[in-house]
Design a protein. Structure first.
Length: 533
């Protein structure tokens, strides 16, 4: 509870550390600007020409509420309305906790106050119309001439007279109405605390522009109001000192750059906010665009490959990510920024005679893509190998020249290290044939003389096909179980492994270009001995 309350009128004489002047600041529009610590005269001179706050309890429901918006649980706000008022605007020059005090410990006067955010075009009328809520206020619990806001109470301060500090940013502005509840005639000092983390105030604050740009763009940030500027963080800034810098944020999002400097009132600063919109945002009116894509295929090289090269052209390319040119086989070439407006590319693909899609795109903007169909050359080489084999007799490994006793069994197994003939696409093989490659076994009466790429079925010693995958033959007759008729006893047969294009139809080679494509393994000679009786 307060002591005796008197109602008077008042005139204010205002003094700062820089000027000494008399000003009438009894109404919101007539406010004075606070540049730093100040001292001003108050006396009983009423509420000026306009009673902005009414009588407190009955007309101030929003602009002057009876409940305190602060966290300290004190009474609020100007419960007796606007009494002998002084209006002042405070401008924040550096971020931190706004902390200040009116008066000094040991007095007996009540100095109530209320503070709102300041907008020169709105605030005064909004307060009068009771639509502008305060951010802080204090209705003194004890009339001791000492009030304000601070997280750590100054010496001699009563908790009921102080509010918690307010976290503020450079450029924030507030208007304070100090109510001379006691109708005192005296000098009231206003002190801004400079504790670690405290905010600074200035009449000449540093200001810097905010900008919104598209991803990949740069913008200019210009600081005003001071000198000796320094910027942080330095990411994307060139230079990092001086009034004018170029900001090129590396990615989409919100980027805050703080500039500090020196003003006539001391150190100050401001924060520039650069909003970087992604490429997909409609506000970015010049999106990345693929303008032309040429793809060429070279001749078929040995090994059935062809070179794929060309040029991709584009506009408004992103500044990050990669440009990738790749084909349907997964072959690709990757490029890093800066991208310019066009890029030549070249890679090697399998010459398979197919129509293959070649695509160019930016990883930072996948919607910026282009694709064309390229005709790859038909295979022109024969990459084929019969591989190696394991020969056993009754499970025991033997060589490639074997005498097989009566009752013994010979087995020939591929080691599955063969290379099959390539798939034929130009022209494609037709039914009933298919591409089902593997290893087959041919029977000869003498070592073959026909070698790739000839027609081995025309060899004079060719007898027929023994089977596919693996070969097993027991000597149960004194001669091979296949072929014949045989003309004598203890005859030697020759078994030749060979690559097959299609083991289903018995096609050992498909002429894909101008030559056949097949390979044979080692000649395995087997002498079948007759039964001894």
């Amino acid at each position: 509870m307060k002591r005796i309350k008197l109602l008077f009128l008042g005139v204010v004489t205002f003094t700062t550390s820089n000027i000494l002047a008399q000003a009438t600041a009894s109404d919101c529009p007539d406010h004075v600007n606070i540049c730093s610590d100040a001292s001003f005269q108050v006396d009983p001179n009423g509420y000026g020409n306009v009673d902005e706050l009414g009588d407190g309890f009955f007309t101030g429901l929003v602009s002057n509420p009876s409940t305190n918006p602060g966290v300290n649980g004190n009474s609020g706000c100007l419960l007796s309305g606007e009494l002998n008022s002084t209006w002042m605007v405070v401008t924040v020059s550096s971020a931190g906790a706004l902390e200040f005090s009116f008066g000094a410990d040991g007095g007996t006067n009540c100095y109530d106050w209320i503070m709102w955010q300041w907008d020169p075009n709105v605030t005064c009328n909004a307060i009068v119309n009771d639509t502008w809520p305060p951010v802080a206020c204090n209705w003194n619990g004890w009339c001791e001439g000492f009030t304000g806001m601070a997280n750590t109470l100054p010496a001699g301060a009563d908790p009921s007279n102080f509010e918690a500090s307010l976290n503020v940013q450079p450029g924030d502005q507030f208007i304070i109405c100090l109510s001379n509840y006691s109708s005192a005639t005296t000098s009231v000092p206003l002190t801004f605390y400079q504790n670690p983390g405290s905010a600074g105030v200035s009449c000449t604050p540093i200001y810097v522009n905010d900008e919104t740009i598209c991803e990949g763009e740069c913008t200019t940030l210009t600081a005003n109001g001071g000198s000796n500027y320094s910027w942080s963080p330095t990411t994307g800034l060139t230079p990092t000192t001086g009034a004018v810098v170029t900001a090129c944020p590396p990615s989409a999002g919100t980027w805050n750059y703080f500039v500090s400097g020196t003003t006539p009132d001391g150190p100050a600063g401001d924060t520039a906010t650069v909003i970087v919109l992604p490429f997909s945002n409609p506000a970015c009116s010049t999106p990345c665009n693929m303008t032309n894509f040429t793809v060429n295929t070279g001749p078929c090289d040995p090994g059935s490959t062809n070179t794929v090269d060309g040029t991709v052209q584009y506009s408004s390319a992103p500044s990050t990510g990669q440009l990738i040119v790749e084909d349907c086989q997964g072959n690709q070439q990757v490029f890093n920024p800066p991208f310019g407006t066009q890029q030549n590319f070249s890679f090697v693909a399998q010459a398979d005679g197919s129509t293959c899609a070649v695509t160019a795109y930016f990883t930072a903007d996948p919607s910026c893509t282009i694709s064309v169909n390229a005709t790859y050359q038909p295979p022109c080489g024969c990459t084929v190998d019969a591989g190696t084999f394991t020969v056993t007799v009754d499970g025991t490994p033997v060589g490639n020249n074997e005498v097989l006793c009566f009752g013994e069994t010979i087995d020939i197994e591929t080691n599955n290290d063969f290379i099959a003939p390539p798939l034929a696409n130009a022209p494609p093989i037709s039914a009933p044939g298919s591409y089902n490659p593997g290893i087959g076994y041919l029977l000869f009466s003498c070592p073959p003389t026909t070698m790739p790429p000839g027609q081995i079925e025309l060899d004079p010693c060719f007898l027929g096909v023994l089977g596919y995958g693996s070969f097993t033959d027991p000597n149960a007759l004194g001669q091979a179980s296949y072929g014949g008729p045989w003309t004598g006893v203890d005859e030697t047969m020759y078994i030749i492994p060979i690559t097959f294009y299609d083991v289903g139809s018995g096609t050992y080679s498909y002429v894909n270009t101008s030559t056949a494509c097949w390979d044979i393994g080692p000649t395995i000679s087997v002498q079948y001995l007759s039964e001894i009786t």
